[in-house]
Design a binder for this molecule. Structure first.
Ligand SMILES: C[S@@+](CC[C@H](N)C(=O)[O-])C[C@H]1O[C@@H](n2cnc3c(N)ncnc32)[C@H](O)[C@@H]1O
Length: 350
């Protein structure tokens, strides 16, 4: 599936040009993979993100998935006093946690937050008078805090309301909860959803058990019904896939990712970089296609001479993955795949 990791020294040999200002020497952080971890969340691949994303220490960087502010903290750590980070999250709890953590940087005018969906980042940033940026990070999925909070309804290991909306804490979420979604769907639609978003091989039996059960109120109820439909030895993996599938559907994660990749390309200055960390193959496939070909279908469009027509210089031929040391320290890093591309200069008009 996901293969070889290219050594960092080979991945980020920068071309000369504007972005090369800081690239002569690596911006590497300390080797401790948990250096930027907090009780809220441990950011994965923090050193690799900073190494790959920062081309100008005085630049402006967008952390599109702020969470507990771990990646923002890592970026601020290597940026010059004149460098800036704007963190976006749709979860109000993430904004509060990061603002508390990075209060000194906020007071120094180097860090600020924006609440909203990263798919809307062009509008969010336009409202903040930002037209172009040097780098954008998307660390997809949910934070450890969101999983740990039973009341958010993401976890199969804790009982809470069957919600799963990432923006549930912002007070103005108009979205459907997982319980409402399940109540609305028929057995065929649930099976399709589990197959598409969870790659679940027992989708049909689980969908039948769900529909037979009727309405759900809690994560515990859903977990119990799923358990009853599969052999005990595959219970945990199945629960992870089923909960992932409903979470992706509730938050339209694939549609949001597609819109945000396009938005990121529009916002980056030429020479600016986009880094995407994905945790499952559906996300990774989209990131891989877009960061190589500039389209979501993975279509290689070529000019008359056979040259690939793409807005990107792909910096990671294969995804970057966590070291065994990082996986040992933070098991969540096991499935993380980091891909980075640099936006090409605009073609010269003659
Ligand atoms: C994996 S966590 C990021 C953790 C972060 N990198 C850190 O170091 O703490 C993903 C975060 O992105 C947020 N998120 C997910 N989808 C989002 C979206 N469409 N728009 C805005 N925020 C989103 C989640 O609420 C969560 O806080």
């Amino acid at each position: 599936m996901f293969a070889e990791v290219i050594p960092m020294s080979q991945q980020f040999q920068r071309p000369s040009g504007r972005g090369a200002r800081s690239a002569g020497r690596p911006v590497s952080l300390s080797a401790d993979p948990l250096r930027f971890a907090s009780a809220y969340h441990a950011p994965v691949l923090a050193a690799e993100v900073v190494d790959g994303l920062v081309t100008d220490r005085a630049g402006l960087y967008i952390d599109g998935t702020l969470g507990g502010g771990g990646h923002s903290a890592a970026l601020l750590d290597v940026l010059a006093p004149s460098g800036h980070v704007i963190g976006i999250d749709q979860d109000g709890e993430a904004l509060v946690a990061s603002e508390e953590r990075l209060v000194d940087d906020a007071q120094a005018g180097r860090f600020r937050t924006l609440r909203g969906n990263f798919a809307d980042m062009e509008d969010l940033l336009a409202d903040a008078n930002v037209e172009a940026v040097d780098g954008i990070l998307l660390d997809l999925g949910i934070s450890s805090h969101q999983i740990d909070e039973a009341s958010r309804g993401f976890a199969f290991s804790a009982d809470g309301p069957l919600d799963m909306r990432m923006d549930a804490m912002s007070g103005d979420s108009g979205g459907e909860t997982a319980a409402e979604l399940i109540a609305r769907l028929d057995v065929q639609s649930i099976a399709d959803l589990l197959r598409t978003y969870g790659e679940e091989p027992r989708a049909w039996s689980i969908a039948n058990a769900i529909v037979e059960h009727g309405a759900f109120a809690t994560t515990g109820e859903l977990a119990e019904v799923v358990r009853s439909a599969v052999p005990a030895k595959v219970e945990v993996k199945t629960l992870a896939r089923v909960f992932q599938a409903f979470r992706i559907a509730v938050n339209d994660e694939m549609g949001v990712l597609e819109r945000s990749l396009e938005a990121a390309l529009n916002l980056l200055r030429p020479g600016g970089r986009l880094a995407v960390i994905s945790y499952h193959s559906l996300e990774d496939r989209r990131a891989k296609h877009f960061l190589r070909f500039g389209n979501l279908q993975g279509e290689a469009k070529k000019d008359f001479y056979g040259n690939l027509l793409t807005p990107w210089n792909l910096l990671t031929r294969k995804p970057i993955m966590a070291t065994p040391e990082e996986i040992h320290a933070n098991p969540r890093a096991r499935s993380a795949r980091l891909r980075i591309s640099e936006k090409k200069p605009e073609p010269q008009s003659s």
